[in-house]
Design a protein around this ligand. Structure first.
Ligand code: PLP
Length: 235
């Protein structure tokens, strides 16, 4: 078995254990394999080990891999999720080539994605990114501005608002990890209470996925624990 296949098994067991500890069904939690900075051979190994959803942060890098995978494994059915910062001039390529976007943090970007989503494709699945730790340097909507943006996005025809995403400030203290994820869950409850249906909480990475699952994550975004250390340090 390849090391990526082994690491996928380890991560899937970790998800199952965290789910059971929280009294949840592991099937409720989707593993998004974050393949940024890893090339098509790594993606292919993961696909051959049964992984079906991949997350990417950079548009051009992702498009190269999407094309390469179509050539290398035309029969593979995979979902591509965009999880990186979004520049206005990249929205068309994202709308045309991805199934999900987790990092929408401005109404203007959402409007462009909706208008540019090709009509023959299903609506683009959207998570709104929230700056849950309210760090100045981080992207994401502040919790105060979330509700009106969510209402606007929910009404856009090319999009399907699925829920919320966050990258909390890193901490090794589990109770702090959980507190941040709990805040995101409470914001999602607030949207639901306002009539905006949300079924997705995209939260948890290699270092804190267990705490995220304990607080209700439905998608965990995991890179390092599957593919190993990235050569260039980035989040
Ligand atoms: C890189 C990245 C991840 C994966 O991080 P790891 O620590 O490698 O698991 C998850 N989410 C986002 C938004 C990322 O940019």
């Amino acid at each position: 078995m390849s090391s990526i296949a082994k690491q996928l098994q380890v991560v899937n067991s970790r998800i199952a254990a965290a789910a059971h500890a929280a009294g949840r069904d592991p099937q409720e939690i989707q593993l998004l394999a974050v393949s940024k900075f890893f090339d098509i051979s790594s993606v292919l190994e993961a696909v051959r080990a049964g992984q079906t959803a991949f997350g990417e942060n950079y548009v051009q890098e992702a498009l190269d891999k999407i094309d390469a995978l179509k050539l290398a494994a035309p029969e593979a059915v995979v979902e591509w999720h965009f999880i990186g910062p979004i520049q206005s001039n990249k929205t068309r390529q994202i709308a045309e080539h991805f199934d999900w976007v987790h990092s929408v943090d401005r109404e203007k970007i959402a409007r462009r994605l909706s208008e540019q989503r090709p009509p023959q494709l299903p609506p683009l699945n959207i998570c709104l990114q929230v700056n849950i730790s309210e760090e100045d340097s981080k992207s994401g909507l502040s919790p105060d501005e979330l509700l009106p943006v969510a209402q606007a996005v929910a009404a856009m025809p090319g999009l399907r608002l699925r829920g919320l995403m966050a990258i909390p400030a890193p901490t090794e203290v589990e109770e702090e990890q959980r507190a941040a994820f709990r805040r995101l869950r409470e914001l999602s409850d607030l949207l639901v209470a306002n009539g905006i249906p949300c079924d997705t909480l995209s939260m948890g990475m290699s270092a804190d996925m267990d705490a995220a699952i304990a607080e209700g994550a439905t998608i965990v975004r995991v890179g390092t624990a599957i593919f190993g250390q990235r050569q260039i340090k980035s989040i």
